[in-house]
Design a protein around this ligand. Sequence first.
Ligand code: ADP
Ligand code: MG
Ligand code: ZN
Length: 502
Amino acid sequence: MTVIDLVPYEDALATYDPVMGLEVHVELGTKTKMFCACATTLRADANSQTCPVCLGLPGALPVVNAIGVESAVRIGLALNCDIAEWCRFARKNYFYPDMPKNFQTSQYDEPIAYGGYLDVQLEDGEIFRVEIERAHMEEDTGKSTHVGGATGRIHGASYSLLDYNRAGIPLIEIVTKPIEGAGARAPEVARAYVAELRELIRALGVSEARMEMGQMRCDVNLSLRPHGTEKFGTRSETKNVNSLRSVERAARFEVQRHAAVLNAGGTIVQETRHFHEEDGSTTSGRVKEEAEDYRYFPEPDLVPVAPSREWVESLRAGLPELPRLRRNRLREEWGISEHEMRSVLNAGALDSIIATIDAGADQAAARKWWMGELARRANEQGVEATALPITPAQVARVAELVAEGSLNDKLARQAIEGVLAGEGEPDAVVEQRGLKIVSDDGALGQAVDDAIADNPGVADKIRGGKVAAAGALVGAVMKATRGQADAGRARELILERLAPAE
Ligand code: ADP
Ligand code: MG
Ligand code: ZN
């Protein structure tokens, strides 16, 4: 491996203009595979979800998954694409051990959806339009595990294991047109595009699109051309990047690497590259000087797909509100800034907050608990807040107890702690831990009298008209009741008892 000195990012941008192409694969969440009735359950025993069709045994006949086609059409429509009136599947022929048929059933020159766009919002609120070349249907490959080597790659491994459970799971591949004009913001655009696409896929309910689980993966194509020139440079293609942050880092690294090669008078070879999480670098994979010859031909065992216009229009009518528009609507309804909304999104808390509001909490309280206490606890445990063992309904109940004055914030945090510790529903935790706020004048009155008796100096000041000193006594009451007193009521009682004589 040759070590190259990267060009500083700003310097690279001073000379060159990046052009990108993003290819995103989305694994659909269908119950069965794309061309057979095998289940798609995660983490099943290896090769337990296979049949003659997805193993490519001679004579097996595939049948198209209707939900797979419907999902593809809905994705295409949400991306503002045209939907083909008639299209076919094609065989993409190549040999690889994780592909038992020796061809992948895909689409070639007849994609089901083409010519669309997705508007993405950048950090500063600006909208950038990414044009979509096509979205087509295909199937996933099996999974190889290379055992014995140091890197987990096939080189150096002593043997490989193959699991065909994933072979034949429906994939939709979404390919952008070359993205030009993003300049220095190219890496940010790449990240924002994949983030927006992920939200869209989730809103459509066609996949959970969890990148860390490989349900959505992105190939980042990138080239540089000198400012003022039209012709695209040679691209590199960084494969299977599986987080938003990595998409941004991979694009940035490639800008710096390409610039280094070009500045030194070298030429970029068209190749695939691997991305490395540890240091954000990419290394060479497979050289791809010319388009590989996959000997594509129309799949003879599958009937063409001809979505009727009526059906397409009914699917269009049933599309959900676009995530970007929904976010902007909620932001306005809640009266929060772009920045606050972005924090909510980055925390992955939007859906939980909405569910908490739907369960009866007011929006400010719902946001406060998810972005405050729960975000903090999630952070401590290194998980997303949504992964904590508390439901939006439980958070809403805690918020309700605060709103009706039964709990103050401190007690509410203890109630949440109890729910997270598996002590049951919020009401049960409050009961068992004795968290009810002390506001009845009997118990509270006693605590107030004790505080006055214990602090005669402070009491005298208040009697003398120094009302501000009441804070010290409220503090004493809170301490005596272990934070369970209604602080406002305690203050009233203190001032009543220590009113200056008229
Ligand atoms: P392949 O399957 O060989 O990777 P595709 O056409 O499916 O080719 O995808 C290539 C992606 O890269 C597309 O998004 C395309 O817009 C983009 N692209 C093509 N040429 C260039 C280039 N010179 N620089 C950057 N991106 C490019
Ligand atoms: Mg590609
Ligand atoms: Zn099967």
